[in-house]
Design a protein around this ligand. Structure first.
Ligand code: HAM
Length: 428
C-alpha cells in the first residue's frame, strides 16, 4: 500500500481530471459504491479465481460483546472490494438502475484491495478507473467501451500499447470448447506447471494465459475458442471488429485473452504495454451479460465495461515522458512578506480577506523574522508572487509585488491589491 502526496499526488489529480473529461464526453456518470461488501457479492467473480480464492482481505466484524448491545452483530462475512464490477451490479439491482431496460453509462475512480505479492505496478491497495455500460447488448456497445479506453490513452498522447481482443463465447458454445481444450491438454498433464495441473480440472481456459514457457508453448497449439464460437457469438465478434475499424481503434485478435474473472461472455479485451515493466496490463474488461441474476436482478441484464489501473497509467505516462518538464503541484498565488510588527499585523489581516476573495495566500507566523527569511518561505511554498511591505510601504500606501519566476517588480496601492492579485489567480 502506498502513501501519495506532493508532486506525485498532483500528477495523479491531473490524470484523474483528464480521464473524467474523456468519460463524461461519452456520457458516463460517476457512481461510488462502498469499499466494504459482503464476500457473497464476489462469488460472481468466480470461486476458482485467484482474486476470490486467495486475494480477498476478509474483515473481522466485532462480536456482540465488543460492539455493545445497540450494535447488531454482522452475520455475513465482509471483505474489502477486490474489483468494481460485482459491487456495481449489486448496486444496479439494489437501486433498480437498469429498470425497464434503462440504458446506463457509469464510471468510477475507486480504491481496490487484493492480497497480492507486491511489486512495481502491483499493489495491495490500488486504484481503478472503470466504466460499466448497462442494458446494451449490441457489438457497438463493446466497441464503444474499447474505444473509450483507447481515447483515455490518446488524451495523454500515449501510443505505446496494444489492444488485444478475444471472444470467450457464451454458455452455449463454451462448454463444448472447454471439453476440446481439456482433451488437448490432458495427454500433456505431467509437463504442465503445478498451477496449470490444477487449472486443468477447475478452470481450463486459464491455461491459455499461463506465463510458464512450457505451458505457453503447449497453449500456442491448443484449439482456439474463436474457431469454435456458435453463430451468434461469431456474428457478435465480427460486429465488434467492424465498429472498432470504424472508430479507428487498432486492435489484434489474441486467443490468450481469457481474463482472470469468470463473469465474461463473448467480448474480452486487454490493453497491454511494455512501458509497465513486470506487469503488462494497463486495463482490461469485457461483456458480462446475465450477472444481475446472481443478485436477484433481471435475467435479461446485459452489460460491458472495463477497469484500468491508475497507478499503472501513471507509470506508463512517466515512462512515455508525458510528465517531463511539467509541474502539477502549484503553490499559492502570493506569499506575504512582512517587515516589522506593524506590517505583519496588516498582512496577517489581509491574508484572510485574500483567501475569502478566492486568492491563494500564505504568510509565515513569525513577525520578528527578517525580510530575507520571509522571502525564503516564498520559495518554499512556490508562490507566484511575493508581496513585500514594511514601514516605507505602509507610509506610502503602495506595496511591492515581486513575480518570483521572472523577478519582475510592480508597485500596487494597497487599495487595489485584491483586484490586482485576483486578475492573476488561475481560474478553477
Ligand atoms: P482486472 O483485469 O482484474 O479487471 O483489473 C483491471 C486493471 O486493474 C488491470 O488491468 C490493472 O491495470 C489493474 N490492477 C489489477 N490488479 C492490480 C494491482 N494489484 N495493482 C495495481 N493495479 C492492478 C477488473 O477488475 C474488472 N472488474 C474489470 C471490468 C469492469 N470488467 C467489466 N467491467
Amino acid at each position: 500500500m502506498h502513501d501519495a502526496f506532493g508532486e506525485e499526488l498532483a500528477r495523479w489529480q491531473h490524470v484523474e481530471t483528464v480521464v473524467r473529461g474523456v468519460l463524461e464526453r461519452y456520457g458516463y456518470r460517476e457512481i461510488r459504491t462502498p469499499a466494504v461488501e459482503k464476500v457473497e457479492v464476489f462469488k460472481a467473480v468466480g470461486d476458482a479465481t485467484d482474486i476470490v480464492e486467495k486475494q480477498m482481505f476478509l474483515l473481522q466484524a466485532p462480536g456482540p460483546e465488543a460492539a455493545g448491545s445497540d450494535v447488531r452483530p454482522e452475520k455475513d462475512l465482509m471483505c474489502l472490494r477486490p474489483e468494481g464490477t460485482a459491487g456495481f451490479v449489486r448496486a444496479v439491482v439494489e437501486h433498480n438502475l437498469g429498470a425497464n431496460g434503462a440504458l446506463g453509462r457509469y464510471y468510477y475512480a475507486l480504491p481496490m484491495f487484493r492480497y497480492e505479492r507486491p511489486q512495481k505496478g502491483r499493489l495491495r491497495q490500488f486504484h481503478q478507473f472503470g466504466i460499466e455500460l448497462v442494458n446494451d447488448a449490441t457489438p457497438d456497445a463493446d466497441a464503444e467501451s474499447i474505444a473509450v479506453m483507447d481515447d483515455v490513452f490518446r488524451a495523454f498522447g500515449l501510443t505505446q500499447y496494444d489492444v488485444r481482443l478475444n471472444s470467450v463465447g457464451c454458455a452455449d458454445c463454451r462448454p463444448a470448447y472447454t471439453k476440446l481444450l481439456v482433451a488437448y491438454f490432458e495427454p500433456h498433464r505431467a509437463q504442465l506447471c503445478e498451477q496449470c495441473q490444477k487449472r486443468l480440472d477447475r478452470a481450463p481456459m486459464r491455461l491459455l494465459d499461463c506465463k510458464n514457457e512450457t505451458c505457453k508453448a503447449l497453449a500456442a497449439k491448443a484449439p482456439k475458442l474463436i474457431d469454435h464460437l456458435d453463430e451468434k457469438c461469431r456474428a457478435h465478434h465480427a460486429g465488434v471488429e467492424a465498429t472498432l475499424r470504424a472508430a479507428e481503434v487498432k486492435y489484434v485478435n489474441d486467443p490468450t485473452i481469457v481474463r482472470g474473472l469468470d463473469y465474461y461472455r463473448r467480448t474480452a479485451f486487454e490493453f497491454q504495454s511494455d512501458l509497465l515493466g513486470a506487469q503488462s496490463a494497463l486495463g482490461g474488461g469485457g461483456r458480462y451479460d446475465g450477472l444481475a441474476a446472481r443478485f436477484g436482478g433481471d435475467v435479461n441484464f446485459t452489460a460491458v465495461g472495463w477497469g484500468m489501473g491508475v497507478e499503472r497509467l501513471l507509470i506508463a505516462l512517466e515512462a512515455s515522458g508525458y510528465f517531463t518538464g511539467k509541474t502539477f503541484a502549484t503553490g499559492p498565488v502570493v506569499q506575504l512578506v512582512p517587515i516589522g510588527a506593524e506590517a505583519y499585523a496588516k498582512l496577517l489581516k489581509l491574508s484572510y480577506s485574500l483567501r475569502r476573495r478566492g486568492i491563494g495566500a500564505q504568510i509565515a507566523y513569525a513577525p520578528d523574522k527578517a525580510m530575507k527569511w520571509h522571502m525564503k518561505q516564498a520559495d518554499r511554498t512556490a508562490a507566484k508572487f511575493a508581496l513585500i511591505a514594511g514601514e516605507t510601504e505602509l507610509a506610502s500606501g503602495v506595496a511591492q509585488l515581486k513575480e518570483l519566476a521572472t523577478g519582475t517588480q510592480s508597485q500596487v496601492p494597497f487599495a487595489e491589491l485584491e483586484d490586482w492579485l485576483l486578475a492573476r489567480t488561475p481560474k478553477v
